[in-house]
Design a protein around this ligand. Structure first.
Ligand code: SF4
Length: 248
């Protein structure tokens, strides 16, 4: 009888402690939600992104529960990815544009190359030969003009290797939704301001990106907002920039 009472007492205590722990987690979650919502509302109203790292952490924190809710509502996962990418881009953009060009790196996916690409693989990625059959040669020229580090990515581990080697202070990553989403999360974990630019046409070969939009992001500086940043919204087809035309 004594043992049963002791076990019952222990279980009651355990339930009591778990109940309190759950309440504390719930209270913390509500506080985090409220702070993040206030930050988001303030940032989007004023265009001043306070605590961008906290903002991105908040967006990441809500991503999984939001994704689950949206799935129940029959909303595509890709839609949620797109929203998360745009929010993270917006949150990181002010920090990104303060970084000098020569401390920024741009990573392009190799699927942007022409199928007749003569470039060869090197330890620094795929080395464009400037044949002009795809837009990468123009991106190289623009990167050289500004002083960017530029890489054509041959595989997923390559990006971290180059980041560890060259330690850039800001990143532009081009890719499909899935790659950009994971890339932004990875950069956030390393506290590097990163902007994701989505491909217009995804796939394994012959993909395409809006090069002018990309050049617009590349040219963004501490004093210059990307041209259509003000109208940039969740339903806009634009991510960042769009009106800038570099010298060709
Ligand atoms: S421009 Fe560069 S990357 Fe594009 S196809 Fe020519 S060599 Fe390859």
């Amino acid at each position: 009888m004594g043992i049963i009472e002791a076990v019952a007492g222990a279980l009651t205590l355990l339930a009591y402690v778990l109940g309190w722990a759950l309440l504390i987690v719930l209270a913390i979650s509500i506080v985090v939600i409220l702070i993040s919502l206030l930050l988001l509302a303030y940032s989007f109203r004023t265009g001043h992104f306070l605590f961008p790292n906290l903002l991105v952490a908040g967006i990441s924190f809500f991503e999984s529960p939001l994704r689950a809710i949206l799935r129940v509502l029959n909303v595509d996962d890709a839609r949620m990815d797109l929203i998360a990418i745009r929010l993270k881009n917006r949150a990181m953009y002010p920090s990104f544009r303060k970084v000098p060009f020569e401390r920024r790196a741009i990573f392009l996916p190799q699927c942007l190359r022409s199928t007749s690409c003569p470039a060869v693989l090197s330890p620094e990625g795929i080395k464009c030969r400037g044949c002009g059959a795809c837009g990468i040669s123009r991106a190289h020229e623009e990167a050289q003009r500004l002083g960017y580090m530029i890489f054509v990515v041959p595989g997923s581990s390559f990006i971290m290797r180059m980041i560890q080697k060259y330690r850039p202070d800001a990143i532009i990553g081009v890719g499909c939704t899935y790659e950009v989403r994971d890339g932004l999360d990875m950069m956030h974990r390393h506290r590097i301001p990163a902007i994701g630019v989505l491909l217009d046409r995804s796939g394994c070969v012959n993909t395409n990106v809006d090069w002018d939009r990309l050049f617009s992001v590349m040219n963004a500086t501490g004093t210059q907002r990307a041209p259509d940043m003000d109208k940039y919204g969740l339903d806009s087809p634009e991510d960042l920039g769009g009106n800038y035309h570099p010298s060709r």
